[in-house]
Design a protein around this ligand. Structure first.
Ligand code: AMP
Length: 580
């Protein structure tokens, strides 16, 4: 494959069946722009300078070609990814595991400070193919001689500008010098400050440069708003929007084919006329969906970028970006599905806090501010339904002959069962029995009941939950039920409040309520599972203690911790617990 051929599908890339199979299962429909442009160069073994930010699919852009070129029979580090934070290192390792699910015997090791050295040393001694680490800890291992990079073929610097900003750049350069001169380097950075340019000039040879370019576009006919994802689940937010926006037809964009189907099904189950549109469907089936949309038989289509390309249906008044697009171009393309034929259109974008950079990039490209929107409250929805009822009543009184029912009501009043208002109230009640008009109470805290509805490949915690690491993993023979059991037993926390659990070789991650009281946290640090001390640590603030001052446990939700002291199963305590 030459790098000049435009890449529109993963099948065009020489990445082998096992990876293609994994990508099909995850539901990636087509390579994102950074992937389409970077993967061919990386497969050829060229150095690469990539300017792309989080959310563009850059992790897969380097992980896929590394996996495609790895020699599984040699258990030596062949690729090293340097990342600025422990959170990113873990996320990158998770992404590798996902794409490598059919590469049997593949081993990756995340190394970062704040994690016991012991298990890292054991795994390094056993042999791994890829290492993802923060510069400090990687340097430690190199100095101790517990890691050798003599067989390295690829070095990735991920979020290089962040590493520069965090003062790691000298460490990065030192590590770079410990690698064989023949290795390929892929440098990814959201911005290109001089410090990064200098590194690129000094160490990259004949590098291909890939930049996710931004085009200016005119999108004046479309009013654009964004909702910063917080408090309630995205699905709940979407249904509130559906219940309050005046829309004729709507396109909702998601990232994967699987998600188009899942979301369409959830909306159908909630009574909306929705269908999926994705590249897995036959041309005939896709045309049928579009036809139904045109003929009002369908109001909502949940689509991927590829499937919605060129879609031209006049009645689309709204575009919802349920998942943020990879780049500004995709955004412009998506929202261009509305505002057709000189009409006005509306675009709504869901932005997770960590995606705010992408929001700014989109605003710069379109040269238009995207206005922040307030999510409709349950009261807003109730008010709107009452307005709709009023309008329906007026219209019925104007347009329909209701004399039979009028006589009936008068007869009932004369019989003395109640006055006209009582009877109207009872009828309105019956009409709304399924879904009462009264506003229910706003869920507070965020609806944790939805936790179990999450998609399989989610890499970020559900809102209302935070991700923690625990020092017990597959190599200790642990299963998710052991972890749920131990947490529930030790703390009395309902298993309903425990989110996703992911097992890795030496450790696992678990999602727990963001407002976990301090004494629960302390207790779980000391809890033992499979002879390992859990040593619970918050994943997204560098492993430091999450609560500065003790948080008062919310008795209604958490109850009292069951055990005041951890049970004393015999096991060795870890001694080396150095921080980055
Ligand atoms: P990243 O920029 O690497 O942080 O990736 C952002 C998100 O995009 C991750 O959740 C990936 O799973 C997802 N993603 C990456 N590549 C693709 C693709 N080709 N199709 C759909 N989703 C993707």
């Amino acid at each position: 494959m030459t790098s000049s051929t435009p890449i529109t599908s993963f099948e065009q890339l020489a990445i082998g069946q096992p990876i293609l199979q994994a990508l099909r299962e995850i539901g990636y429909e087509a390579p994102s722009p950074i992937q389409a442009e970077s993967i061919p160069h990386l497969l050829e073994g060229r150095d690469l300078l990539g300017q792309a930010q989080t959310g563009t699919g850059k992790t897969a852009a380097f992980a896929i070609p590394i996996l495609a070129r790895i020699d599984l029979s040699r258990r030596v580090p062949q690729a090293l990814v340097l990342a600025p934070t422990r959170e990113l290192a873990i996320q990158v390792a998770e992404a590798f595991q996902t794409y490598a699910r059919h590469l049997h015997g593949f081993h990756i090791l995340p190394v970062y400070g704040g994690q016991g050295m012991g298990s890292q040393l054991r795994q390094l001694a056993r042999g791994v193919h890829v290492i993802v680490g923060t510069p400090g800890r990687v340097m430690d291992h190199l100095r101790r001689g517990t890691l050798s990079l003599g067989n390295l073929t690829t070095l990735v610097l991920d979020e290089a500008d962040e590493m520069l900003r965090m003062g790691f750049i000298e460490d990065v350069e030192w590590i770079l010098e410990q690698t064989p001169p023949t290795r390929q380097i892929a440098l990814f950075s959201a911005t290109m400050p001089t410090g990064i340019r200098k590194i690129a000039d000094r160490h990259l040879k004949n590098a291909a440069e890939v930049k996710i370019k931004a085009k200016t576009a005119t999108v004046e006919a479309i009013s654009q708003r964004y909702w910063l994802v917080s408090g309630v689940q995205k699905l709940e937010a979407l249904t509130r929007i559906l219940d309050t926006e005046d829309f004729d037809a709507m396109i909702i964009f998601v990232r994967t084919k699987t998600e188009t189907v899942e979301l369409a099904e959830k909306l159908e189950a909630r009574g909306y006329e929705a269908a999926a549109l994705n590249g897995d469907m036959s041309q005939a089936l896709r045309e049928k969906v579009i036809d139904r949309l045109k003929k009002n038989a369908l109001d909502i289509v949940v689509a991927t970028d590829v499937a919605a390309r060129g879609l031209d249906v006049e009645r689309i008044t709204h575009v919802v970006n349920y998942d943020i697009p990879y780049d500004s171009e995709a955004y412009i393309h998506r929202i261009g599905r509305t505002g057709r034929a000189g009409r006005k259109g509306k675009a709504i974008l869901f932005v997770a806090p960590r995606e705010r950079r992408m929001l700014r990039a989109i605003e710069q490209t379109t040269r238009q501010a995207i206005e922040q929107m307030r999510l409709p409250t349950l009261q807003d929805i109730a008010d709107r339904r009452i307005q709709q009822l009023k309008a329906q009543l007026v219209q019925t009184m104007d347009d329909e002959d209701v004399s039979f029912y009028r006589d009936l009501v008068e007869k009932l009043v004369n019989e003395g069962i109640g006055d006209a208002a009582d009877i109207a109230a009872a009828l309105a009640y019956l009409m709304h029995r399924e879904r009462p008009l009264e506003a229910p109470e706003e869920p507070e805290p965020p609806a944790l009941e939805h936790v179990r509805e999450r998609p399989r490949e989610r890499t970020r915690p559900e809102s209302g939950l935070r991700r923690y690491t625990i020092d017990v993993g597959r190599e200790h023979g642990v299963q998710p039920k052991d972890i749920v059991g131990a947490i529930a037993n030790e703390t009395g926390l309902s298993s309903r409040l425990i989110g996703q659990i992911k097992l890795f070789d030496a450790y696992s991650t678990v999602e727990l309520p963001a407002d976990l009281p301090d004494d629960f946290f302390k207790l779980l640090k000391k809890t033992w599972v499979k002879n390992q001390r859990l040593n619970l640590q918050l994943l997204d603030n560098g492993g430091r203690k999450p609560h500065k001052k003790p948080v008062k446990p919310d008795a209604s939700k958490f109850g009292k911790p069951k055990a005041a002291t951890p049970n004393k199963r015999s096991a060795q305590r870890r001694s080396t617990e150095d921080q980055l």
